[in-house]
Structures are given as C-alpha cells and as structure tokens.
Ligand binder design. Structure first.
Ligand code: C2O
Ligand code: CU
Ligand code: CU
Length: 546
C-alpha cells in the first residue's frame, strides 16, 4: 500500500526542506536556486525580546447591523506586504501582515460587545510563494493574490464568516460583523481564501483575538503584563532572510502534503526571550502552524535532569475555560488549537526557563531574582473555573458518520485528501437544523492525525475508539479494536478543533447554535484544507410551527 509517508519519502521534499526551481512549473515565482537555508543549530537562540502584540484600535463607530440606532466600534485593518526582522542575525524577511505588523494586531473585546472590521486587501498583485494552479479554486482564471478573513472560533453570521469563495482581490475590502455573543476565550483571525490559504497564512496573514467576560474576571487570573498571548508558527527561512515554502517534484503541481518548518516563531520572532518575575503567568497559546503539532513543556536550565519538566496548570482550551485547572507537565497542540496555561515561576527566581516542543526550541523565560515593587499580590488559582455540563448523547437528534480519506493518484503521484470522499464543489450534504444537536462520528482512514475544525459552533468530544480500517475500506463494516476511550480533562471543555487520530472513530457532540446559513468544516492542516479536505455545510433555519 502506498501511504503518504512513503510518498513523502519518494518526493524527498522534507529530508532537506528545500526543493527548488529546477522542477517547478513556469508559473512558480522565480526563486534563487540552491539558496542556502538557515540552519537552526547555528542561529543563536534567545537573542531577541518577545514582541508584545500591538493592539487593534477602532478608528470610529458605525451603526450596529442589527440595531442601526446603536453605534459600535469600527476597525479598519489593511493586509499589506512588509519587511520585518525576525531574528537579530538575519536580514529582514518579506512578510504579509496587517496594519504594519505580522502577526496582525491583537483584538480585545468582551462577550456580547459587537464590533465591525473592514478587512482591506492592500497586498501586491504577485504572490510571495509558489501557487499551485491545479488546486480547486486556484486556477489561472482567478487573481493570484486573493484574501478573505475568518475569525476562527467566532460565532459569526455566515456573511461575515469568511467563506473561502468570498475572497477579494488586491484593492478591495470587505466588512465583517462580529457579535461576540460567546464565552471568554482566545480566538484567532486568518486568511481563508480558496486554494491559497496555506500560502497566505505562511506569509503571515493571522492574528489573535481575545474575548473577556465576567465569569473569567471573577477568577483573578494573572492579567496585564502577567498574561501573554503567544502565537506560535514554524517556518523555513533562506539565508537571505526570505521565507521558503517547500514544493513537490511534480512538474506544474508544487503542492506538498505537509510543511514542518525547522524554526519556531513566537509573535513573529524566532526563538525570542521574555523577562518575567518569579510569580504566576498566564500564557494564551495558539498553534498557528500550517502542519506542525507541538508538544510543549518547560525546563529550568539549572535543572540537572533535562527531562524534569516544570509543572503548570491548563485552565482553558479552544472555547474557553475548563471546569477546573488541570496539572500537567506537557501539553499537545495541533494546528488551530489553543491552550490557556498558568505557570508559576516563583521557584525559579534567577533562572532561565526554556519552552520547547520535544527537541525544538520555542522561547526562553528569564526569571528575575525578585518580583517588581509594582507586582500585584498573586491570587491562588481557584479550585474550579466554571461549570461545564457534559451534553448527554440523548440530546442528539442525528448521528452522521463521516470519513477522512486519502488517495494517491498513481499516474502523477499527486495526493487527494477528502472528507467523506466528497470534493469541495459537490452539493452540500451536511445540513443540521439550527438549535438542534448532532453527533458526528469522524472515521480516520488515513495514516495521520487530522485536526478537524467546524466553523460557527463549539462542541464537546465524546470519545475515541480504534477501528480496523482495512475492514472498513473493504465493505464499510465497523470492526472495533478496542473500547471507547473517553477524553481526559484537557479535552473535556468546549472545543472547536478536534484531533482525529489515524485508525480511530472520534465522536463529537455539536449543538448547532448561532445563525442559519452556509459555513465550512475542514482539516486544519492547511495543506490538506487547500487540497479538498474541506467541505461546506449548511445550517437550516428552525422550522416554524404551523
Ligand atoms: Cu481556523 Cu476554517 O479555520
Ligand atoms: Cu474557523
Ligand atoms: Cu488533515
């Protein structure tokens, strides 16, 4: 059987991390052949301070789209190309970002406080990265540079949600309305353009968006300088400082199935450091990588045993607070997932603490000897955070069985990935009714874990169960190879992205609340999403009683 793993080996794309123009199509932007790559082992770590994200500032107010007599904050955010130093020892990198920064500015609002954003596409006409014109929606009949912004995890009306086909070309803009009628959490905004979303995000089109609420305020969690929003992503860079995005060896089809950069950027800097006090900090972390899964842990430099990781508490996931803090020493994060951690540096005064993902360096915390005079007293972490009622399975009106699939085309060695064996352009098959609850059984027939994300909704993970994929592929019989594995405490809160491991049936229970209309669900490995591992779904209005 030909799997994606040995397909990758055949393509050889990842062993070296670069495959350059010799094999690329005429459409691939010219890149310097053989440009040497930055070697993470020779680039000094922890020489740049962690950038604190700029705040988005409204430029005025506009009428509320639902209640025009009310004025709400109005932001204008322009997508632009810029040059930014991502490391002390590298020349500036051409990136895409928003209002002069990449990642974009941090939005901060409160639950129930609506806002409007005009997303202006002021990007150049030429793309920074190699477009694959064979992908659906990415042909020569559309502009190379197109963009539409989606607020991931937002309960947003369909016309403001950033539907992949609703992109605009350079010189145009769209305005989105974000009602923010949802619990406090860390959301993020990013490009969602059909067929180029992986490239636009790799170029830098993403940013963080915080929602606060009274429930969270009451917990006295670390705030102000003691709360750090951190956007993690991995990249390949060439020695001239420019982004490198790997391409396949298939002429005319540069798409690759996955990208794992060898350098981690935090808020736009490679391996930065941050000076902290010996006290608790709250870290709000997004995995904004195209394909990398992180396994994050903290190590004190003076610790004799490098496997001795610092304890911390996880207090929240994608859609807000967990029911109680969960003690951990390592946290896993797939693309699109967020985690909310409280780590207490008070036992590490005068030491350096490294945040790593397995062997990969992420960032360093330099713990000062004493807390600052101005440092507020630290409140104890509460024993409980908020009630989370588990949804009973009996609440579901429908169970859908949906497969995650992968096929290799032997003719040209290209790869098809799909949801339920159905390409994007086929008629909509998933049509839940507004205000009903469904169970989605996600059956992963592929070799890899896929992080599956549904727009608009928050859901709970029920369980995972190993299945015999061979039996299923033969005649769709479900043969279980184990018992149902319930989720642990870190996955028992509200989620919007779920890891579906290879050879499992992973069940989620989804209340479809919000707005009727057309949304999407997809794998959040961006290369998969751009190559058919995305489907529209439609929420039907609740029937009116006769
Ligand atoms: Cu991060 Cu379609 O989403
Ligand atoms: Cu989303
Ligand atoms: Cu995937």
């Amino acid at each position: 059987m030909i799997t994606r793993r040995n397909f990758i080996e055949q393509a050889g794309a990842f062993a070296t991390g670069l495959l350059l123009t010799e094999t690329a199509s005429a459409h691939t932007p010219p890149r310097a052949p053989g440009q040497p790559m930055v070697d993470p082992n020779t680039l000094p770590p922890y020489v740049d301070p962690l950038p604190l994200l700029a705040r988005a500032i409204p430029i005025g107010t506009r009428p509320h789209p639902e209640h025009p007599s009310q004025q709400i904050p109005f932001y204008r955010v322009a997508m632009q190309q810029m040059s930014i130093k991502v490391h002390r020892d590298l020349p500036p990198t051409r990136l895409w970002g928003f209002n002069g920064t990449s990642p974009g500015p941090l939005f901060e609002t409160r639950s129930g406080e609506p806002l409007l954003v005009e997303w202006a596409n002021e990007l150049p006409l030429k793309h920074l990265l190699p477009i694959d014109y064979t992908l659906h929606g990415s042909g020569h009949d559309v502009p190379d540079v197109r963009s539409v912004i989606h607020l991931h995890g937002g309960r947003t009306p369909p016309e403001s949600d950033g539907y992949p086909e609703s992109w605009v070309p350079s010189g145009k803009s769209t305005t989105s309305f974000y009602p923010n009628r949802q619990a406090a959490t860390l959301l993020f905004y990013h490009d969602h353009s059909m067929g180029t979303n992986r490239l636009n995000i790799y170029a830098g089109l993403q940013g963080l968006f915080l929602i606060r609420d009274a429930e969270e305020d009451a917990l006295n969690l670390p705030t102000g300088p003691y709360e750090l929003p951190l956007l993690l992503c991995d990249r390949y860079l060439r020695k001239d400082g420019q982004l490198e995005y790997p391409i396949s060896q298939i002429p005319g089809k540069p798409w690759v199935p996955e990208v794992f950069g060898n350098l981690v950027l935090v808020n736009g800097k490679i391996m930065p450091y941050h000076e902290v006090e010996p006290r608790p900090y709250r870290l709000r972390i997004l995995n904004g990588s195209n394909g990398r899964f992180y396994r994050l842990s903290f190590t004190a430099n003076h610790s004799a045993d490098q496997d001795n990781h610092l304890p911390f508490h996880m207090i929240g996931s994608d859609q807000g607070l967990l029911s109680a803090p969960t003690p951990l020493q390592r946290v896993e994060l797939s693309p699109g997932e967020r985690t909310d951690l409280v780590i207490d540096f008070s036992s590490y005064a005068g030491q350096n603490v490294e945040l790593t993902s397995d062997l990969l360096r992420v960032m360093q915390f330099r713990v000062s000897a004493k807390t600052a005079k101005t440092s507020p007293p630290t409140a104890k972490l509460p024993a409980t955070l908020r009630p989370i009622d588990r949804i009973p399975e009996s609440a579901a009106v429908l169970t859908r069985r949906l497969t995650l699939d992968e096929h290799l085309n032997l003719a040209d060695q290209s790869m098809d990935m799909m949801l339920n064996n159905t390409p994007w352009h086929m008629p909509i098959t998933e049509k839940p009714v507004l205000d009903t609850t469904e169970i989605w059984e996600l059956i992963n027939l592929t070799e890899d874990t896929h992080p599956i994300h549904l727009h608009l909704v928050r859901f709970q993970i029920l369980d995972r169960r190993r299945i015999d994929t061979g039996a299923f592929l033969t005649d769709r019989t479900l043969k279980f190879l184990g018992n149902r594995e319930p989720v642990g405490p870190t996955e028992a809160g509200w989620k919007d992205t779920v890891r579906v491991p290879s050879g499992t049936l992973t069940r989620i229970i989804v209340p479809f609340r919000g707005y009727p209309g057309r949304y999407v669900w997809h794998c959040h490995i961006l290369e998969h999403e751009d190559n058919e591992m995305m489907r529209p779904y439609e929420i039907l209005p609740t029937p009116t009683p006769k």
